[in-house]
Design a protein around this ligand. Structure first.
Ligand code: PEP
Ligand code: MG
Length: 581
């Protein structure tokens, strides 16, 4: 553990650029949907109290529904539920549970168990039969509250710019903490293309991952500087270091300003080859950021975050509302809605998939196995497609049959909507993501069933080099510049060109400075990146020559390994741009 004034530097892996200075909030395990029975830190008290109140409300709703159903058959005897609901709202019970959360620093779940358990024990010990029977009521209420903790919307933790230090971070919790005002993330585990890292970049929050013994080296409340550009965490920095980082932050802000100045100019190479720049979004709120940064389209709208921390199904109505809102905000830009890609590291705390293996149940496989989820999502997308700016993109496609099934289902839903006179876009284009070597190798076949393709290099790289993208112990082997990955990208681009369908690259590689010339040289003309990356990407494209880039790509494809590819590309970029890595 580092003392109060000793300055220590920890080196990790840079996962999201940016610089932050703040106090540390240590979180050894992040609150999940149901919440572990854990002891909590001071800053989590408010969150856990809010979760308790949300659970009371959800349990009350459930009990009222049961009461209404019961009344239909057992009439006045259903009053038992009224009694239970009165106990649920007992102010003394609330005071004791909230007191336990704040004084004993227990999670909502821990406090409910402790307080209601003690109450039930008191009642059970009574010689009076009626009072003893109340113990059962307490027990039943406790079960309702615990179940409700899992379904009640999770409140946001409050960080006020603090640096959150955690072991691991799920995508869902990344969003909650980002919304709770976290200033930066520091992780013991994690890879740079994990979904938590992608989200941190989307929120423009610095993130450093892969710092060993993090918890032994940080004290809650100590001041740190997080440098997400190089993957450095400086504990207890001195005044000179603080001053240096403040200056750096200002110069980066000035650079952002320069990107804004070219926002309305086309992304065009020096030899007049036009490139389309589109945005990757995880949340509806990011549409404005895409517009501000000059996106021409939403190249990838991840929909799985709609399902975050939800146990129950998401109704067609709720999905229609969300998709229509996004399509309206983005209009006239096209939005490529990617169907739920759940599974692997995107478990999101819901019941649809508990398979965390990247080789397991995820993406289209999961949707094929749960066609009711697929059906609801397609119906919602059709209902939201009236303005004709929606496209449907399939994640983790493994075979042409998956595309055909989706198209058949869309045709059936169209018939049902027609019969109900619900308007929709009859054209509704369907496209596939190329995220596995199998899909890349049959890209031409897939393209023949599709209106467009999109290469997901985050997964394509993980499956090609057989490295779990979220596992930091093998992060050194994960490399998009591996010649095998480059060959598969090239195969996919050529296949799309032959069939005559547009192809985009929407993996994180699209935003890597070192990859821009290479990808233009491989024939890519559509890039999709997080909104904050659009400005720098456009600047690089405007400085490139497509003819020269083709020569770079030809040479890079002949390199024996990723190290040589990187070194060669670095040598191609004259003057050594400081952003290049
Ligand atoms: C990808 O795999 O490159 C991709 C864009 O999808 P995701 O990162 O959501 O898996
Ligand atoms: Mg993917």
């Amino acid at each position: 553990m580092v003392g109060n004034d000793a300055s220590v530097t920890l080196e990790g892996i840079p996962a999201s650029p940016g610089i932050a200075l703040g106090v540390v909030h240590l979180l050894s395990s992040v609150t999940g949907a149901a919440g572990e029975e854990q002891s909590i830190q001071e800053f989590e008290i408010e969150l856990e109290v809010a979760r308790f109140h949300a659970a009371v409300k959800a349990a009350d709703d459930t009990l009222s529904q049961i009461e209404a159903m019961a009344r239909e058959q057992i009439h006045d005897r259903a009053e038992i539920f009224e009694g239970l609901r009165m106990m649920l709202h007992d102010p003394a019970l609330h005071t004791s549970i909230c007191g336990t959360i704040s004084q004993r620093r227990l999670s909502a779940l821990g406090a409910i168990r402790a307080e209601m358990g003690a109450l039930a024990a008191q009642f059970s010990a009574s010689p009076n039969l009626t009072i003893r029977a109340r113990a059962e009521d307490i027990h039943s209420l406790q079960e309702h509250l615990i179940a409700a903790l899992g379904t009640a919307p999770t409140a946001h933790p409050l960080h006020n710019g603090a640096v959150l230090a955690v072991g691991t971070l799920s995508p869902g919790d990344t969003v909650l903490h980002a919304r709770g005002g976290v200033g930066a993330f520091v992780l013991e585990a994690g890879g740079i293309n994990s979904h938590a890292a992608i989200l941190a970049r989307a929120f423009e929050l610095p993130m450093v991952v892969g710092i060993r013994d993090l918890f032994a080296r940080l004290q809650p409340g100590c001041r740190v500087i997080v440098d997400g550009y190089v993957g450095r965490v400086i504990i207890n920095p001195d005044q000179t270091t603080i001053h240096h980082y403040q200056l750096r932050k200002e110069s980066l802000e000035a650079q952002r300003q320069r990107y804004r100045q070219i926002r309305d100019l086309p992304a065009e190479t020096r030899d007049a080859e036009r490139v389309i720049l589109t945005a990757n979004l995880d949340l509806m709120e990011e549409v404005e950021g895409a517009l501000e940064n000059g996106a021409e389209e939403i190249g990838l709208m991840r929909t799985e975050y709609l399902a975050m921390h939800r146990v129950a199904e998401i109704s067609v109505e709720e999905q229609t509302y969300a998709y229509r809102k996004i399509a309206e905000r983005a209009y006239p830009m096209t939005v490529n809605f990617r169907l739920f890609d759940i599974g692997s590291d995107k478990l999101l705390g819901n019941a649809w998939s508990s398979d965390s293996s990247p080789l397991g149940m995820r993406g289209m496989r999961l949707l094929m196995a749960h066609q009711e989820i697929l059906h609801r999502q397609l119906e919602a997308l059709l209902r939201a497609s009236e303005m004709k700016n929606i496209r449907v993109m399939l994640p983790m496609v493994g075979s042409i049959e998956e595309i055909r099934t989706v198209k058949r289902m869309i045709a059936e839903i169209k018939q049902q909507l027609l019969a109900k006179r619900v308007p929709f876009d009859d054209y509704l284009p369907v496209g596939a993501m190329i995220e596995t070597p199998a899909a890349a190798l049959i890209a031409e076949t897939l393209a023949s069933e599709c209106a467009f393709l999109s290469i997901g290099t985050n997964d394509l790289a993980q499956y090609t080099v057989a490295v779990d993208r979220a596992n930091e112990s093998v992060a050194a082997w994960y490399d998009e510049f591996h010649p095998a990955v480059l060959q598969l990208i090239r195969t996919s681009i050529l296949a799309a060109h032959r069939v005559g369908v547009p192809i985009t690259l929407c993996g994180e590689m699209a935003g890597l400075p070192l990859a821009t010339g290479l990808l233009v040289g491989l024939g890519l003309r559509r890039f999709s990146v997080a909104p904050p990356q659009l400005g720098s990407l456009k600047m690089r494209i405007r400085s490139l020559s497509a003819a020269e880039s083709r020569a770079w790509a030809r040479a890079a494809l002949r390199m024996p390994g990723p190290g040589e590819v990187r070194a060669y590309l670095r040598s191609c970029m004259d003057g050594g741009d400081s952003e290049v890595n």
